[in-house]
Design a protein. Sequence first.
Length: 217
Amino acid sequence: MSLPRIAVLISGSGTNLQAIIDAVRERQFEAEICAVISNRPDVKGLERAEAVGIETRVVDHKAFTSRELFDAEMIRVIDGYAPDLVVLAGFMRILTPDFVRRYEGRMLNIHPSLLPKYRGLHTHQRALEAGDSEHGVTVHFVTEELDGGPLAIQAVVPVLNDDDEATLAKRVQAQEHIIYPLAVKWFVEGRLQMINGTACLDGQPLPAEGCQLHMDR
Ligand code: GRF
């Protein structure tokens, strides 16, 4: 039987990509990363993939005159690998509706906040400024609403009194590298699905916040 195929889209350092590469190599689940596709050349994430022999592609958004043309090329490249799952791992482009619809139900994203709080950028700073006692990270299915699709897993971490943006980001990122491989595992094992716009685990709808994991540090 052929393994489930995962295409990972990146724009940068690729620490989440690395966590998924490691999980596959440690056989935490049976799957193949068939391609790593970046919209930026020369990023660390591409090196991480090349270091373990994963095929890489660059589709430089700067070479396209519109978002639609860029996304059309992305679709052409992605579909060339026939992935079962598309993983956005720090892919910093806003996607067109056509792109999202094409992979709906088989595209995941990770966002560094407890969605629906703090969509968009600078999430750690915003959580600090709001005086939140908890912060975290969310893996969700991608729908047309930016950072708005059904939530699969959330890791909740405490905000400590002496936190600054860097310490809080570090605490959140440690959890990213746990929950993203877990979400991918559940998906490729057929346990995590999007059914009628709802994230389901083992056929049961998850609560709005997804499967929430509380981390004490
Ligand atoms: C992560 O913080 C993720 O939550 C956000 O982009 C960042 C990607 O980091 N979507 P990396 O490239 O995986 O290191």
